[in-house]
Write a protein that binds this ligand. Sequence first.
Ligand SMILES: [Zn+2]
Ligand SMILES: [Zn+2]
Length: 281
Amino acid sequence: MLVKFWGVHGSLPRPGPSTLKYGGNTPCVEVRCGKNLIIFDAGSGIRELGEDMVRRRRVGEIHETNITGHIFFSHLHWDHVQGFPFFAPAFQNSNEFHLYAVRGLNSTIHRIMSDQMDQPNFPITLKDMGAALFFHDLNSGDTVTIDEVVVRAERVNHPGGCFGYRVESGEKIMIYASDTEIVEEIDPRVVEFARNADLLIHDGMFTPEQYHGIGDDFSRESWGHSTWEGAVRTAVAAAAKHLVIFHHGNDDATVQEIERKARERFPKTTAAYEGLEIEIY
Ligand SMILES: [Zn+2]
Ligand SMILES: [Zn+2]
């Protein structure tokens, strides 16, 4: 299982000198399990992934003329969907993509994706994208089987509803848990869900001081995001082998400091950065 990070920042793209080290694109993670392509979230990072896929096909590194991909959305907040209209492979007629997201009370994945491209938001509609698109609304606990890969959705703590995903391929286990808030005690559902993961990708957007509003007089409590410290406690409790802190909300210097402090408590910690590749053997 090969995992590659294309967007690691949260809530809004943050390009510029303050994010050169970790990157300023919003969430997108590519997972390759054999020939299967699975993507988590379509934040602005998916544009880079799409351009890379088109390039690889042009130079013959991807041999298939028909690419089938599975895109799992943690939820449908804008930082997780905004890149999709710029995902070049979705304009190629021969390709096919399946889009999965949490079933909402008044929204479906199809409605949200088409609304964000309707007038006056965007010049091209979802229907103008050439690839065949299939939409799937999921409930918590649902599993999707793609050849030998099993992806399970589990509700996590985020305003409006959000999924974490557990990917199992043979003995290998990867968890994608972006956008989840640990209030005080770690979430036992997430711990159970992430049990024995080879790789745990977890929200660690804030420092504990930011979360409580110490120093700047505004608290981020109930915004739906965790501190790096909560991510570490979850990784320890779940006996995860490798923790990747994700959905950054800070500049490079602060993220680097977050990684340093996290490693004191959980040595196998990596702060996600654009271009990071992790192979799970
Ligand atoms: Zn987010
Ligand atoms: Zn969100």
